[in-house]
Ligand binder design. Structure first.
Ligand code: URA
Length: 191
């Protein structure tokens, strides 16, 4: 059980974490990057090879695509903090198991409590599954706002899915235009 950690405590807890077997194969723990008081959090699935090597989320091919999208939409780096459902790379980039996700989610909840975002973007089916609904199908729920517990939650595709299927690019672009709009509204309302 984690209770109200500071950033320093959270980093220490994550770094020492051995709650599941992903700790055995990880090179680095991947906690998050971006602005720690951003109005928006982007949440992916789990670190890939580059992320594991560098200890930072979304720095491989999917991350580069995400950066392109955010830059094209002129969403500033000050506006987001980015993290994952699990903080250690699942071998071969497989999906995290329920057990791995459950053991890691308390860390993500602490990150959300510390950042206090207004918007949460779920990047892909795994993020949607653990943040929105265990039976969520990303193709069915993407692009629609879900208002829950004071957060505006937007499910959309994972950028890696765009690398496999070009036709998703337009849809993800549309989803992120809604995100940009909401971000503007929130920033205007909060000054
Ligand atoms: N895919 C993810 O879900 N997260 C990363 O950090 C990198 C790739």
């Amino acid at each position: 059980m984690l209770i109200m950690l500071s950033w320093e405590q959270l980093i220490k807890e994550c770094t020492n974490c051995r709650r599941c077997d992903l700790a055995i194969t990880r090179t680095n723990i991947v906690i998050g990057r971006g602005s720690q008081n951003a109005p928006m959090m982007l949440i992916g699935e789990g670190p890939g090879e580059q992320e594991d090597l560098q200890g930072l989320p979304f720095v491989g091919p999917a991350g580069r695509l995400l950066d392109l999208l955010l830059n094209a939409l002129m969403i500033s780096q000050d506006d987001y903090y980015i993290a994952n459902i699990v903080k250690c790379r699942p071998p071969g980039n497989r999906e995290p198991t329920d057990d791995e996700a459950e053991k890691c989610l308390p860390f993500l909840r602490e990150q959300v409590r510390l950042v206090r975002p207004s918007i949460i973007v779920c990047l892909g089916g795994t993020a949607a599954k653990y943040i929105i609904d265990r039976s969520a199908r990303i193709t069915q729920i993407r692009g629609q706002w879900i208002e829950r517990k004071g957060f505006w939650i937007m499910p959309t595709f994972h950028p890696a899915a765009l690398l496999r299927d070009d036709s998703k690019k337009v849809l993800m672009w549309e989803d992120f235009k809604k995100v940009r709009e909401k971000l503007r509204e929130i920033k205007k309302a909060t000054g």
